[in-house]
Write a protein that binds this ligand. Structure first.
Ligand code: CMC
Length: 426
């Protein structure tokens, strides 16, 4: 232990240990405060470390993101998504033999049981893919519950592989349902991203015609989204999981948390915003709206709770974005012109510079997915697919050591106790 801090409460000095991080900020251990009759107050958890973790590290000021110590840039350029999934789950990069086995394990688990697929009959074609994905993943708890021991590491690994395998199939089924087309089965001869694209856009029984450039760009998008330490959806998975609930239910909770436009829903919201702007000539008006304190409008795809300099994922994504735009020959598409004009204006505006608001990953992933021809309502489902290995790694890490049910406290500011008045006297 490096140093302690102390606080004085009513003249009594209370020492609070400081826990040392291997990288990043050390943490004041406030657990002893409750016995002194005080809670800490931190709405939105801006200053609170909710757990100890060895998975992902972020330095928001320096724009650093590492998975198990490996920089995101190196993983995005040198690894494939399933290799990154293995790394997140096992803590080490796989050997060639381990990766081959892992891929085969995932492929084997991708098909969805025909009886279970009937869950989609309950939805209309207008249902949002995220609602179907949330229901589908939560529904998997019905298939994998009896005999599942969350304290058994092998059982946890099996749950992880089932989820990494089945979330793409369920996400693709959600899409096919929304366009009223029959499902396309997973094809074990295809790579992970190619398989997903083929299940979305292919024809049953026909060989895949997915472009390798698009498959590799999507694989990269999955890597960039694979984990991001204790963000809202991962914290939700941990909180739900801390009740010892079924892992598929905990991941469904994470999917629900991801859906909002302040989190994973931002990639979809970026496209909605660009559509609403509609014309390069009015971009300036929207920048003015974003700066206006009396207007709730925010520039979607800008700003981040942790990255206050730049989002390293956004830099990698920007590269992929330009490669996809060139491959698809859509650099001049009006919506994309609005996006580049907006990016340029916001980067030059003092309001955004002073508040350290930069384009985040969702800004570029939204544009890239648009250029790839992926329908907007699917964007957040793709984020969920990419984030699944991170969620399940955190769930498993939490269960592998002693933990407590998550139970925050509050600063109560409501009425003090008062006498009940019967309805006849009111
Ligand atoms: N447009 C305009 N103003 C903004 C924006 C924005 N996108 N983001 C933050 N601000 C302003 C905010 O109004 C505040 O101004 P002031 O200091 O004058 O009150 C200041 O910047 C600080 O913002 P904050 O709300 O305290 O920042 P936060 O850390 O609580 O919120 C955020 C971070 C990502 C929720 C927010 O920036 C936002 O809503 N961005 C748009 C949605 C978005 O792109 N979300 C995806 C995040 S990346 C994917 C992920 O990891 O989930």
């Amino acid at each position: 232990m490096k140093h302690d801090v102390s606080i004085t409460i009513d003249g009594k000095t209370v020492a609070l240990p400081v826990l040392e991080a291997t990288a990043g900020l050390d943490v004041i251990d406030v657990r002893g405060l409750i016995s002194e009759g005080l809670f800490t107050f931190d709405p939105g958890f801006l200053s609170t470390a909710s757990c100890e973790s060895k998975i992902t590290y972020i330095d928001g000021d320096a724009g650093v993101l590492t998975y198990r110590g490996y920089p995101i840039e190196a993983l995005a350029s040198g690894a494939e998504h399933l290799e990154v999934c293995y790394l997140l789950l096992h803590g080490e990069l796989p050997t060639q033999a381990e990766l081959a086995q892992f891929k085969s394990d995932i492929n084997e688990r991708m098909p969805i049981d025909a009886q279970f697929a009937k869950i989609f009959d309950g939805f209309t074609a207008t249902a949002h893919p995220m609602s179907m994905l949330c229901a589908g993943v939560g529904g998997l708890a019905a298939l994998f519950h009896e005999g599942l021991d969350i304290y058994n590491a092998d059982h946890r690994m099996e749950s992880a592989m089932q989820l990494i395998a089945k979330v793409p199939t369920l996400a693709a089924m959600s899409y096919r349902k929304s366009i009223g087309r029959e499902f396309v089965d997973p094809d074990p001869s295809l790579g992970y991203a190619e398989n997903f694209l083929n299940m979305c856009f292919g024809e049953s029984g026909k060989p895949s015609s997915v472009s390798p450039t698009l498959a590799s760009a999507l694989d990269r998008i999955f890597i960039l989204h694979a984990d991001h330490e204790q963000n809202a959806s991962t914290s939700t998975v941990r909180l739900a999981g801390s009740t010892e609930c079924n892992p598929y239910a905990a991941i469904a909770a994470g999917i629900a948390a991801l859906w909002g436009p302040s989190h994973g829903g931002a990639n979809e919201a970026v496209l909605d915003m660009l559509n609403e702007i509609g014309d390069v000539a009015v971009v300036n008006d929207y920048v003015a709206k974003a700066k206006d304190k009396d207007d709730p409008f925010k520039l979607m795809g800008f700003g981040h709770r942790v990255y206050k300099n730049f989002d390293p994922r956004a830099l990698v994504m920007q590269e992929s974005c330009h490669a996809v735009l060139a491959e698809q020959g859509v650099e001049d598409e009006p919506l994309l012109k609005i996006a580049t004009t907006l990016e340029k204006m916001a980067r030059e505006e003092p309001y955004f510079i002073e508040r350290k608001l930069y384009p985040n990953i969702d800004f570029y992933s939204g544009i890239t997915l648009k250029a790839m021809g992926i329908p907007t309502p699917m964007y957040t489902a793709l984020f969920a697919l990419g984030r699944t290995p991170g969620w399940i790694s955190h769930w498993s890490e939490m269960l592998s050591v002693p933990f407590k049910i998550g139970r925050p406290r509050q600063l109560y500011t409501g009425p003090t106790q008062r006498d009940f008045v019967p309805i006849s006297d009111r």
